[in-house]
Design a protein around this ligand. Structure first.
Ligand SMILES: C[S@@+](CC[C@H](N)C(=O)[O-])C[C@H]1O[C@@H](n2cnc3c(N)ncnc32)[C@H](O)[C@@H]1O
Length: 240
């Protein structure tokens, strides 16, 4: 840091893993035990999966900054919301207090931490601590490798229009469809059009106590929770 900067607080983007409290890294746990301030994404009612995962390691008296994010906001991400969160975090950093932003899975794998990072990275020291992402956690829980040999793996947000999903699925060997939620039927229809429903596996809340996993064809509901994913291999089980 330059001579004019008296404080040397660090902002951590802290991956806390996909849900199982044992899937948090030793490094994340160590940092969590010593920072005086944490921030985390939460629902409008204050529920936070990232905080729940990290809970066993959060000390008494720690300052908490919930960043309340509407999951299905009309315009996402909400710039004003992250501006405000960044300002609050910056107040602590400016006073010399380290801040850890808890991130479900890995901070830089589709993580909302990127919006805080974008606002503060030029003025503050930031350390991103990778976490076990849902991508690898879902593959492990489903007992199916993500991709084999020269396979091209695509990560597809289910929020994409059906025609885009179809084109992307046609041009890859394996895919992970994330953010399934209320888009379940759209994704299932696209996979059916490509004859891939029988090659797709569904999983929700991977590695958590209430994990559910099954072949996509057996999913009996038309909407899934937000924390769900579909893994599919176009060529079948290519690793066999
Ligand atoms: C905004 S992305 C964040 C991903 C996260 N940063 C990570 O590294 O896994 C949220 C999506 O990740 C997937 N996801 C995250 N955790 C999951 C879990 N435990 N089980 C299944 N899917 C999960 C879901 O598809 C969800 O809609």
């Amino acid at each position: 840091m330059g001579g004019g900067e008296a404080m040397s607080a660090t902002l951590y983007g802290l991956g806390v893993g996909p849900g199982d409290p044992e899937l948090i890294t030793l490094k994340a746990e160590r940092i969590l035990r010593r920072v005086p301030v944490i921030a985390y994404p939460a629902t409008e009612t204050g529920l936070s999966l990232a905080r729940t995962i990290a809970a066993p390691h959060i000390g008494l008296g720690i300052v908490e900054i919930p960043i309340r994010i509407p999951i299905y906001a009309a315009s996402f991400p909400d710039g004003a919301l992250y501006d405000e969160a960044a300002r609050t975090i910056e107040t602590h950093l400016g006073a010399g207090r380290d801040v850890a932003v808890l991130c479900e899975g890995d901070p830089f794998f589709y993580g909302s931490f990127m919006y805080i990072f974008a606002r503060l990275s030029e003025r503050h020291r930031i350390e991103v601590v990778p976490g076990i992402s849902s991508l690898t956690a879902c593959a492990a829980a489903l007992g199916a490798p993500l991709a084999a040999r020269n396979d091209v793996l695509a990560v597809l947000p289910a929020t994409l229009p059906a025609e885009v999903l179809l084109a992307r699925l046609e041009s890859c060997d394996a895919a992970a469809v994330i953010k399934v939620g209320r888009h379940l039927e759209k994704v299932r229809a696209v996979l059916a059009e490509l004859g891939l429903v029988d090659r797709a596996r569904y999983i929700e809340r991977a590695t958590m106590a209430n994990q559910q996993a099954m072949p996509l064809a057996e999913v009996g509901v038309d909407a899934a929770p937000y924390f769900s994913m579909i893994l599919v291999h176009r060529r079948g089980e290519a690793w066999r």
